[in-house]
Design a protein around this ligand. Structure first.
Ligand code: BTN
Length: 243
C-alpha cells in the first residue's frame, strides 16, 4: 500500500499518530514536509516535489535496527538501478553515502504499548533532484541522484519502485532474517577505515571501524581495545595517505 500526500508536517509523525489505521508494511510518502525530522532532533530538509520523503509502518519486527536494514537495502537497490555507475554504501548507523557525501538518511522510531514494541515507523529521506544550491543549504556534505549522474528523475515513479522493493525486502526478512542482516552488513563498506565517533553528550573519539554485530551495534578498535557502540554519529576520516 502506497499513499502519497501533497504536504504533511513529517511522514514519521503522521504514521506514529495514525499507527492503528495503517496495515503492516504500509508506506506513506509526502511531496513536501513542513517539519521533516532527522536523527538526534535535527531538522530534515527536502526540496518540494524534488526529493523523496517516506515512512513505513512495520508491525512484525524485533527491533528498529531491522527496519533500517530493510528500508536501507530497498533504497540502495533502487538507487543502484537508477545510477548503476555510482559507488554507494551505508555509513553506520543508517545513512546512504556516495564517497564522502550523504545521499539519504533513515529515522526509525519505536511504537511502545504496555512496555512492548508494537511496531516501528521507519522514515527515509533521499535527495533525488536537489541541485547544488539546495544541497549546500543542508549544512553537511550531501549529494543527490541529480548531482551524481546529471539526470532528473520522476519522483512518483521512484516511490512506486521503492515501495515494491521495501515489500520484497520485508518478505525476505520474514523468511531469511540472517540474509537481510548479512546483506546490510556487507554494504557497510568502512572496514579498516578510521572514523570519528561523536555522542549526544558532545564527546568525540577516533577509532578504527571493525564491523557491526548481530544487534546492529558498531564494533570499533579504540585505543587498542575492541569496543561496541550502540549510538553515536560517525564521520569518515580521510585515509592515512590523504590526512
Ligand atoms: C537522518 O539522517 O538524520 C534521518 C533523516 C530521516 C528523514 C526522513 S524523511 C521521511 C521521514 N519523515 C521525517 O520527518 N523524517 C524521515
Amino acid at each position: 500500500m502506497l499513499v502519497v500526500l501533497d504536504q504533511v508536517d513529517s511522514t514519521n509523525t503522521f504514521l506514529k499518530n495514525h499507527f492503528d489505521e495503517f496495515p503492516d508494511g504500509a508506506v506513506v510518502a509526502a511531496l513536501e514536509q513542513t517539519a521533516g525530522r532527522g536523527r538526534l532532533g535535527r531538522p530534515w530538509l527536502q526540496q518540494k516535489n524534488n526529493d523523496i520523503a517516506l515512512s513505513v509502518v512495520f508491525k512484525k519486527l524485533e527491533t528498529g535496527f531491522h527496519a533500517g536494514a530493510i528500508v536501507g537495502l530497498a533504497a540502495l537497490e533502487v538507487a543502484r538501478e537508477a545510477m548503476p555507475q555510482s559507488e554507494l554504501f551505508f555509513k553506520w548507523p543508517n545513512d546512504l553515502y556516495s564517497a564522502d557525501k550523504k545521499l539519504a538518511g533513515i529515522l526509525s522510531e519505536g511504537i511502545w504499548r504496555q512496555g512492548r514494541l508494537a511496531g516501528v515507523v521507519c522514515g527515509i529521506g533521499i535527495n533525488v533532484n536537489s541541485d547544488e544550491n539546495a544541497l549546500c543549504a543542508i549544512g553537511q556534505p550531501a549529494t543527490s541522484f541529480f548531482a551524481l549522474c546529471g539526470q532528473k528523475f520522476e519522483i512518483k515513479n521512484l516511490l512506486e519502485r521503492l515501495e515494491k522493493s521495501i515489500a520484497r525486502h520485508y518478505i525476505k526478512y520474514e523468511r531469511e532474517r540472517a540474509r537481510i542482516l548479512h546483506d546490510w552488513r556487507r554494504e557497510n563498506r568502512l572496514l579498516g577505515r578510521m572514523i570519528e565517533l561523536s555522542f549526544p553528550d558532545g564527546k568525540r573519539l577516533e577509532a578504527q571501524f571493525s564491523g557491526i554485530d548481530d544487534d546492529g551495534n558498531l564494533i570499533a578498535l579504540c585505543n587498542g581495545e575492541t569496543t561496541v557502540f550502540g549510538c553515536g554519529d560517525v564521520k569518515i576520516l580521510p585515509s592515512p595517505a590523504k590526512r
